[in-house]
Write a protein of this length. Structure first.
Length: 68
């Protein structure tokens, strides 16, 4: 399987998350994890350029917010 590759970029009015198939699976697994009934409101994950995201990406926070 390919290495997950995710890039996040955008403007003031639009954000794009582009990923290869492995990257999309990685994001899906993170989102499913955030939906776990054992987790509480406010749980979140930070994805950062050069670490979880491709270089040049803007940071991305995935957050569980049960008030939304």
């Amino acid at each position: 399987m390919d290495e997950p590759r995710i890039k996040v970029y955008g403007s003031a009015t639009e954000i794009t998350i582009a990923a290869n198939a492995a990257g999309l699976r990685d994001l899906a697994e993170r989102l499913i994890g955030l939906a776990d009934p054992e987790l509480r409101d406010g749980y979140h994950e930070h994805l950062e350029s050069g670490i979880n995201l491709e270089d040049g990406s803007i940071s991305l926070i995935l957050e569980r917010d049960d008030r939304v």
